[in-house]
Ligand binder design. Structure first.
Ligand SMILES: Nc1ncnc2c1ncn2[C@@H]1O[C@H](COP(=O)(O)OP(=O)(O)OP(=O)(O)O)[C@@H](O)[C@H]1O
Length: 341
């Protein structure tokens, strides 16, 4: 059995002249969670719909657990759970009736069907509200119902398009916990989201796309670390007083970047992970008459990393696409380290 759950090779999807997906190649190892990140219109939904056998590629191949989505769509559908960003619903159906309807459509009968429905209602915390009308639910309940529906046939691979969009913080945490449990059960999860901080916590790897092309594939830590000399670490310094003076000072100072200019004062960033370097810059600021009111060390977050990567592309630098090792390779590497110690 292949270690790869999702294999995408040179995938293109063009709508007339628009290259919605433009030569994507990537792999998602079995049992891992991969976050799919991109700005609006980057090509995420188009890619996910092709993976879910709902659209055709212009060219390229997609395999789910070794099955080609074009040649073997039925096998692929039995292996995937699809959670679309736009959840279709029916009137006059309770949660129970809704899930039962889908369980029937999937071919479950009798006792087994009842068990499947009960199981997913229990998992998605829907048991107590099973008699609620399915089209009159809160956004959080609706997403849990959609997740429940996608799990009815116990799929190996879950493809989730923006499942956390529009959820309040509590509902987001609940959904995140459910996804974590599914990941611990060994399911492969391919999930898109705009909330990068949350994705970073739950994903083994993050796949950034822009304009239909992959611009980075790596784990959250390596992304935060980045390729700069300071390893993504910087000092944030806030100053009050005349804003122009700070801006002029920043332009002529090494390691310093003006990040925010306000009516009175602003903020600069010292791009260094060496405390001595930061101390030198700070003492120079004081000596030059700038009024420092606050400073602290920070690690670049995923939003910053994404923006940095997009900036590098704008400057014409070649995007870095470096997939992280497979989970079993990671395990082997760890074992080697232990053996070698
Ligand atoms: N059926 C279609 N016909 C024409 N253009 C389309 C079609 N579907 C998508 N597009 C275009 O393809 C591009 C990628 O769209 P897609 O929905 O995949 O982006 P996305 O990354 O999912 O964006 P969002 O985060 O806003 O959902 C967009 O420019 C979109 O307008």
């Amino acid at each position: 059995m292949s270690d790869i759950a999702i294999r995408v090779k040179n995938l293109k999807r063009h709508f007339g002249a628009l290259k919605a997906v433009d030569d994507l190649s990537f792999e998602v190892p079995r049992g891992s969670v991969c976050g799919f990140v991109g700005a609006n219109g980057a090509g995420k939904t188009t890619t996910m719909r092709i993976l879910a056998t709902l659209d055709y590629a212009t060219s390229g191949t997609v395999e789910i657990c070794g099955h080609n989505v074009i040649n073997a769509p039925t096998q692929v559908r039995s292996l995937i759970g699809w959670m679309p960003d736009d959840f279709g619903n029916y009137e006059n159906m309770t949660i129970l009736e809704y899930l039962d309807f889908y369980a029937r459509a999937l071919g479950y009968q009798g006792q087994e069907r009842m068990m499947r429905v009960q199981e997913v209602m229990e998992f998605a915390d829907l048991l107590d509200i099973s008699d609620r009308m399915s089209n009159k639910l809160s956004k959080g309940m609706t997403q849990r119902l959609c997740l429940g529906r996608s799990l009815l046939h116990d799929p190996e691979v879950l493809i989730m398009d923006e499942p956390a969009a529009g959820l309040d913080p509590k509902a987001r945490v609940e959904l995140k916990n459910l996804i974590r449990i599914l990941a611990e059960e060994g399911k492969t999860i391919f999930i898109s989201s705009h909330i990068l901080s949350e994705l970073g916590e739950m994903c083994d790897s993050l796949l950034f796309i822009n304009g239909g092309r992959i611009v980075h594939h790596g784990d959250a830590e390596s992304l935060k670390h980045g390729s700069d000399h300071a390893g993504g670490v910087f000092y944030d310094v806030q100053v009050v007083g005349e804003a122009r003076a700070l801006a002029d000072w920043a332009v002529t100072s090494p390691y310093v970047e003006l990040v925010d200019e306000r009516k009175r004062g602003g903020r600069i960033r010292i791009d260094s992970n060496e405390p001595e370097q930061a101390a030198k810059v700070l003492s120079r600021m004081i000596k030059d008459g700038l009024q420092v009111v606050e400073f602290h060390k920070e690690q670049r977050n995923l939003e910053d990393a994404f923006i940095d990567i997009l900036g590098q592309i704008d400057e014409g630098q070649v995007p870095q696409v470096s997939p992280p090792p497979l989970p079993n390779q990671r395990a082997k590497e760890t074992a080697n380290v232990e053996v070698n110690q």
